[in-house]
Ligand binder design. Structure first.
Ligand SMILES: [Mg+2]
Length: 726
C-alpha cells in the first residue's frame, strides 16, 4: 500500500477491517503465506480452522485468502451462511489459491455461491500474487469508502430534507452551468413554476432584463467560492414582478465546488409597505410633492454638495397671490384641486433633477442644485410665472391665478437651510410688492423694508381685536340748501405707534391677507350703529354711506349680512347707502347685478363711487340697479380749467338725471366749483371745502350746527375744517 492510502485507511477504517485473514490447509501453510504478505506490508491474521475464521470474520476483515483444498462442502456452507448475514459482508473479497484455476470443477461450483471470488495461482512468492492481494484490498477499501459516504449523505439528507422542503424561503440548487438541479415548494409557489418546469427554465429568462448581468455576476462569484447576497427583481410565470432578497452560496462536495445553493425571499409586499411609509413620511399627501421635512433634508444635502464642489444652489420660494380669497370663494375642495394643478405646472416648469416641495398652504419651494448660472433661476421662474398664469379650468370654472417668486442663492445669500429659505421668502414679499406675477432675487437691503411690512401685517391682524380701528364721517351736503343730508363713513387705523393711518395705507394689505371681510363687517356694523345712535339722540336723520370692497361685494352672503346688521342695530334701511366702485362692479357683472338687486330689495340704496375713472360706459348705467353716482374728484378738480372735464361732468349729470339717478360731486374744494356744480344742478357735494371726515363727536356738533350751514347759502361759506384741520 502506498503511504497515502495507508494514512487514509488508518483514518477511516478500523484496524481489524484492514486485516487479511488467511486460512490454509495446514497452520504451516497459513503461516508461510502470512509471512510472505507481511513482508510486503500487508496486515495478516492466520485462522486456525473454519470456526476460528468465522470468529475473526465477525470482528471485521478486509479480505480472506484461502486455498482450494480446504473448500469442503461444509466449509463453503459455513462461509455462505456468514456472507448472507450482513449485506456489506456479501462483497467480501475471497481470494482462492488454486492449481488449475477456474477449470477445477469444485471451484466452478464455489464461485457463484461465495460471490466475490478471485482465483490466484501458486506459488505465493511472486509479485503477481502480492499485487493481486493488494488490488483486492484496495477494491475493498474503496467500497468501504463509498458505503460510508453513502451513509453520511443519507444521514445529512435526512437531517436537511425537512429544512429544505418546508423552509418558507425559496431554496434551490443550480449546477455550475446554471441549470436548476432542485427547488423546494416555496420557490415553486413563489415563481409559479413547478420543479420540473424550473429544470427547463433558465434563470435569465426570469430575472428582469436590467438585472440579468449583475445576477450572472453574483452566480459566477459564488461558483468561485464567495457567498453573495443581493436584491433583484424577477418575473413570475404569470407575469407579475417580484422583488427578491437572495443569496448564492457555493455548493462544496469533497472540497470541490460542484454548484451553487440559492435562497430567495419574496420582499415585494414588504418593500411596497416600506415605500408607502417612506412616501407618506416624506411627501405631501395632496400634491405628491416633497413635504417640508424632506425639503429641509434635501436642501441640506444640496448645500453640502455645493460646498464640496464649490457650486451654487438656488432656492425659489413662491406662493399664489390672493390664494386665501380664491380658496374662500371656490370652497376648499376646489382649492385643493387648484393646488394639485399648480403642483403639476411647477413640475413642468423646472429643470430635470430640480427639487419641488410644498411647504404647506399655497407655499412651494424649488431647490436648484448644481447651479452653474444664476440665469437658470430666472429662466425657471419665468417659466413658472407663465405656466401658472395660464387659464385653469377647474370643475367647470375658469380661473386665473398669479404667483410671486423670490430667490436666494447658496452661498451668497446664506449658508444654511433656514437662512436660504428665509431670504427667498423675503424676496418673494418684495416680488409681491412689485405687483403680481413677478420674480425677485434676495438682496440684503430689502430686509429692513420687509421687516417693516411684516410688523405692519402682524399689527394689522391684531388691530381689530385691539379696537384700533375708528370711523370718521365726511358730510355730504345738499346743493340747494347746503344742508348735511348724509355722511360717508371712512375707516382709520389708530395705530398706537404710528398714529392715525389712512385706508390707502392699509386696505390693500388687509385685502391681501384676507382681513378685509372682518374689517368690512366691523365698518358696516359700527356705521349703522352710529347712525341709529344719532337718530336716537334727536339729531336730524341723515343717510349713512358705507364703502363696500370688491371682495365683500363678491361674497354670496353680503345681502344677509346687511340685513342682519340692520336688524341688529335697528337702523331703517332707508338711511343706509352702500358705495361700490366701478371696478368691483365690472369684476363679475352678472353675479353683482343679482346681489345689488337683492340689497335694494331690502330698501338699502346703492351708489357708484369714483364714477368716471373706471371703464363702465354711461350706457351700462341703464342696467345697473343703482340710485346715485358719485363723480370722481379728478373730474371736479379740473372742472374750471379743463373744458373736456366740464363737458363730461355736465353730460354725466344730465344723463344721470334722465335716468332718475342722483349725482354727487366728490372732492369739492372751492366756492367756484360749488357755483359751477350748482348751475349743472348737481344734487349733492362732498369735499374739504365743507368738511373733511370727522370723528363722531365732532360730526355730531357739526350736525347740530346744520342751521348755520343753511345760513351760509348766501355764498359766504366758511370752510368747516378751517378750525379743525390737523
Ligand atoms: Mg367712497
Amino acid at each position: 500500500m502506498n503511504p497515502e492510502s495507508t494514512l487514509q485507511s488508518q483514518l477511516e477504517i478500523a484496524p481489524e477491517e484492514k486485516r487479511l485473514l488467511v486460512l490454509a490447509s495446514t497452520p504451516k501453510d497459513s503461516k508461510m503465506a502470512c509471512k510472505v504478505l507481511t513482508e510486503s506490508g500487508i496486515d495478516c491474521s492466520v485462522c486456525t480452522d473454519e470456526h476460528d475464521l468465522l470468529r475473526q470474520l465477525e470482528q471485521g476483515a478486509a479480505a480472506l485468502l484461502t486455498v482450494e483444498e480446504i473448500l469442503s462442502e461444509e466449509t463453503v456452507e459455513l462461509l455462505e451462511g456468514f456472507l448472507r448475514k450482513q449485506p456489506e459482508w456479501s462483497d467480501l473479497p475471497i481470494l482462492i489459491l488454486t492449481y488449475h484455476g477456474a477449470d477445477s470443477p469444485a471451484i466452478g461450483e464455489v464461485i457463484p455461491r461465495l460471490g466475490k471470488v478471485s482465483l490466484l495461482e501458486r506459488p505465493v512468492r511472486t509479485s503477481a500474487f502480492t499485487s493481486a492481494i493488494r488490488a483486492a484490498l484496495r477494491g475493498r477499501y474503496r467500497q468501504y469508502q463509498f458505503r460510508a459516504s453513502q451513509q453520511r449523505l443519507m444521514e445529512s439528507e435526512q437531517r436537511f430534507k425537512s429544512l429544505f422542503e418546508f423552509h418558507p424561503d425559496g431554496i434551490f440548487i443550480r449546477d455550475l452551468t446554471g441549470k436548476f438541479i432542485s427547488a423546494n415548494r416555496a420557490l415553486e409557489n413563489m415563481l409559479g413554476y413547478s420543479a420540473e418546469e424550473l429544470h427547463n427554465t433558465s434563470v435569465s429568462s426570469m430575472v428582469l432584463h436590467e438585472h440579468t448581468e449583475e445576477v450572472n455576476r453574483y452566480f459566477e462569484e459564488a461558483s468561485k467560492g464567495t457567498p453573495q447576497k443581493f436584491k433583484t427583481r424577477v418575473r413570475r410565470k404569470n407575469g407579475d414582478i417580484l422583488e427578491l432578497e437572495a443569496a448564492y452560496l457555493p455548493w462544496v462536495v469533497n472540497g470541490e465546488i460542484i454548484g451553487v445553493h440559492g435562497i430567495a425571499r419574496d420582499i415585494t409586499q414588504a418593500r411596497l409597505y416600506q415605500r408607502q411609509i417612506e412616501h407618506l413620511a416624506t411627501h405631501d399627501p395632496l400634491t405628491g410633492l416633497l413635504n417640508r421635512y424632506s425639503l429641509y433634508d434635501r436642501l441640506e444635502h444640496a448645500i453640502a454638495c455645493s460646498r464640496r464642489d464649490s457650486t451654487q444652489t438656488g432656492v425659489l420660494f413662491m406662493d399664489l397671490n390672493r390664494f386665501k380669497q380664491i380658496n374662500d370663494s371656490l370652497g376648499h375642495d376646489r382649492g385643493d384641486l387648484l393646488l394639485e394643478e399648480i403642483a403639476r405646472r411647477l413640475l413642468k416648469s423646472v429643470r430635470e433633477g430640480d427639487i419641488v416641495a410644498r411647504l404647506g398652504g399655497d407655499e412651494f419651494v424649488i431647490v436648484m442644485e448644481n447651479l452653474h448660472d444664476i440665469e437658470d433661476m430666472v429662466r425657471v421662474s419665468e417659466t413658472m410665472l407663465e405656466n401658472i398664469s395660464a387659464t385653469i379650468y377647474l370643475d367647470g370654472h375658469e380661473l386665473s391665478v398669479t404667483t410671486s417668486i423670490g430667490g436666494s442663492v447658496f452661498p451668497k445669500d446664506g449658508e444654511d437651510v433656514t437662512t436660504l429659505l428665509k431670504h427667498a421668502d423675503l424676496a418673494m414679499y418684495q416680488a409681491k410688492e412689485m405687483g403680481s406675477g413677478s420674480f425677485r432675487f434676495y438682496d440684503s437691503y430689502m430686509n429692513i423694508k420687509i421687516l417693516e411690512r411684516l410688523l405692519t401685517e402682524n399689527a394689522l391682524r391684531k388691530a381689530l381685536a385691539n379696537n384700533e380701528f375708528v370711523l370718521h364721517y365726511q358730510p355730504r351736503v345738499r346743493t340747494i340748501d347746503r344742508k348735511i343730508v348724509g355722511v360717508e363713513a371712512l375707516v382709520r387705523w389708530n395705530n398706537p405707534e404710528r398714529g392715525l393711518i389712512h385706508p390707502i395705507d392699509f386696505i390693500p394689505l388687509a385685502e391681501e391677507i384676507g382681513l378685509i371681510h372682518e374689517l368690512g363687517d366691523w365698518v358696516l356694523d359700527t356705521a349703522c350703529r352710529q347712525n341709529k345712535a344719532w337718530q336716537d339722540a334727536g339729531l336730524p336723520p341723515i343717510l349713512m354711506a358705507v364703502n363696500l370692497s370688491a371682495q365683500q361685494l363678491g361674497s354670496a352672503s353680503i345681502k344677509n349680512k346687511v340685513q342682519e346688521v340692520l336688524a341688529k342695530t335697528g337702523l331703517n334701511p332707508g338711511y343706509l347707502e352702500l358705495e361700490i366702485t366701478e371696478t368691483s362692479l365690472m369684476q363679475n357683472m352678472e353675479a353683482t347685478l343679482d346681489t345689488l338687486h337683492a340689497i335694494r330689495g331690502i330698501g338699502v340704496s346703492i351708489s357708484i363711487d369714483d364714477f368716471g375713472i373706471g371703464y363702465s360706459s354711461l350706457t351700462h348705467l341703464k342696467r345697473l340697479p343703482v340710485d346715485t353716482l358719485k363723480i370722481d374728484k379728478s373730474f371736479i378738480h379740473d372742472i374750471l380749467d379743463d373744458r373736456d372735464d366740464a363737458a363730461i361732468v355736465s353730460a354725466t349729470i344730465a344723463l344721470a338725471h334722465h335716468m332718475e339717478l342722483k349725482v354727487i360731486a366728490e372732492g369739492v374744494t372751492s366756492l367756484d366749483e360749488i357755483r359751477f356744480l350748482e348751475k349743472l344742478e348737481c344734487d349733492e357735494m362732498q369735499g374739504y371745502y365743507f368738511s373733511e371726515a370727522l370723528p363722531p363727536l365732532q360730526l355730531e356738533k357739526t350736525l347740530q350746527q346744520n342751521e348755520w350751514l343753511l345760513k351760509s347759502t348766501a355764498g359766504v361759506v366758511t370752510p368747516l375744517h378751517a378750525g379743525t384741520h390737523h
